[in-house]
Design a protein around this ligand. Structure first.
Ligand SMILES: Cc1cc2nc3c(=O)[nH]c(=O)nc-3n(C[C@H](O)[C@H](O)[C@H](O)COP(=O)(O)O)c2cc1C
Length: 385
């Protein structure tokens, strides 16, 4: 059931889209569908991929771009270019080394890695990569004692920030997973979530949830979410988390300027504008659709990160030109992982980084602060010159 890693080393995939095509050939259908799927009609998923193409970039010339500095820092977490790897569940379905390999590749590339609550690797295993820029993504489950335990462990092990995912009180309906009766291969474990059952010593719940993931009438993951995730979650979670940790709090899944304002008034340190890669509310707008209004609401007071559909260096540049501080990269990382573990992820990150560097050079930017809204081609302005 697991992907057979093939060696990517001697094969030179030119871009992230080719890596996806190749990963589709090596991953079992059920797993590729789970990674690639979107919710319901997949309209948001498709829109995410088209969103960046709507913007054109203006080349700028004669600006000495012999030295390009792409490095940045967000909430004190440094990155060699303005990209972080998004939290993504169950990475050992792609490769036996799963999240540990992804974290190692991020360490090599000098970019932050966000570990999902739904990980097949434990917080300790990922921390042992020695990566200095790890973040922990939190799905808030009903048992707050367990949530507090995860957060404290992550902080003790050197994780730098918490990323609270707020767009998933229930799992979006991914029809491919229902059709495939998606289930996690039985030799894998959800090592972080499992600690719930150790604390509650509730063998019956463990058994029931294992069954949900092992097989069910529809998607096993959806059943697990229904049984564990706290759909009563509201803004009180932020002050509660402040009593548990001193780590910076990043809210992921904010799509409304009103929610962005509320997040700031609750003292959230950064937000991720995200529709969860088109996997939650179908017909949600894209991150780029709502970014201007969110930036207007935020007024530069906290960093705004975006994700969804980043596949090219020019996409990263466009997001920054439109005002984002950084982007999260999702699925291409899983595809690189499926092809060649840590090396595959490193290849994905390196391709994106080189593309971004070239895009900066061709738009006349030698440092990130040179990337400004006037790089986005605006036909009205041009015609007035
Ligand atoms: C297979 C898969 C699993 C995901 N798991 C999580 C998760 O556990 N927590 C979370 O906050 N987001 C999760 N996401 C959403 C990503 O963090 C991110 O928002 C999205 O993938 C970005 O879009 P992209 O894949 O087009 O780059 C997942 C996405 C995918 C594709």
């Amino acid at each position: 059931m697991e992907a057979k890693p093939t060696l990517l080393i001697n094969r030179s995939f030119i871009n992230l889209l080719e890596i996806e095509e190749e990963a589709q050939k090596v991953l079992p259908r059920m797993i590729f569908d789970y990674y690639s799927s979107g919710s319901e009609s997949r309209s948001t998923l498709v829109a995410n991929l088209k969103a960046f193409a709507q913007f054109k970039l203006t080349p700028r010339v004669l600006r000495n771009v012999s030295n390009i500095n792409m490095a940045t820092e967000i909430l004190g977490i440094s990155s060699s270019f303005p990209v972080m790897v998004a939290p993504m569940a169950m990475q050992r379905m792609a490769h036996p080394d799963g999240e540990v390999a992804s974290a190692q590749a991020c360490k090599r590339a000098g970019i932050p890695f966000i570990l999902s609550t739904m990980s097949n690797s434990s917080i300790e295993e990922v921390a042992s990569s020695g990566h200095p820029s790890l973040l922990f993504q939190l799905y808030v489950i009903r048992n707050r004692e367990v949530v507090a335990g995860w957060v404290k462990r992550a902080q003790t092990l050197g994780f730098r920030a918490l990323v609270i995912t707020v767009d998933a009180p229930y799992l979006g309906r991914r029809e491919a997973d229902e059709r495939n009766r998606f289930c996690m291969p039985s030799h894998l474990r959800l090592k972080i979530l499992e600690s719930l059952y150790v604390v509650t010593q509730n063998a019956a719940v463990l058994e029931q949830n294992k069954k949900s993931l092992d097989n069910s009438k529809g998607s096993g993951l959806s059943a697990l979410f229904r049984s564990e995730l706290d759909s009563t979650l509201d803004w009180d979670i932020i002050p509660w988390l402040r009593t548990v940790t001193s780590l910076p709090i990043i809210l992921k899944g904010v799509m409304s300027p009103l929610d962005a304002q509320r997040a700031m008034s609750c003292g959230v340190n950064a937000i991720v504008v995200s529709n969860h890669g088109g996997r939650q509310l179908d017909h949600a707008p894209t991150s780029l659709d709502v970014l201007p209004a969110v930036l207007e609401a935020v007024q530069g007071r906290i960093p705004v990160i975006v994700d969804g559909g980043i596949r090219r260096g020019t996409d990263v540049l466009k997001a920054l030109a439109l005002g984002a501080s950084a982007v999260l990269l999702g699925r291409p990382v899983l595809y690189g992982l499926a092809l060649d573990g840590e090396h595959g992820v490193a290849r994905v990150l390196n391709i994106l980084k080189q593309e971004f560097k070239l895009a900066m050079a061709l738009t006349g930017c030698s440092k990130l602060s040179d990337i400004s809204p006037d790089l986005i081609f605006n036909p009205k302005l041009t015609s007035h010159l």
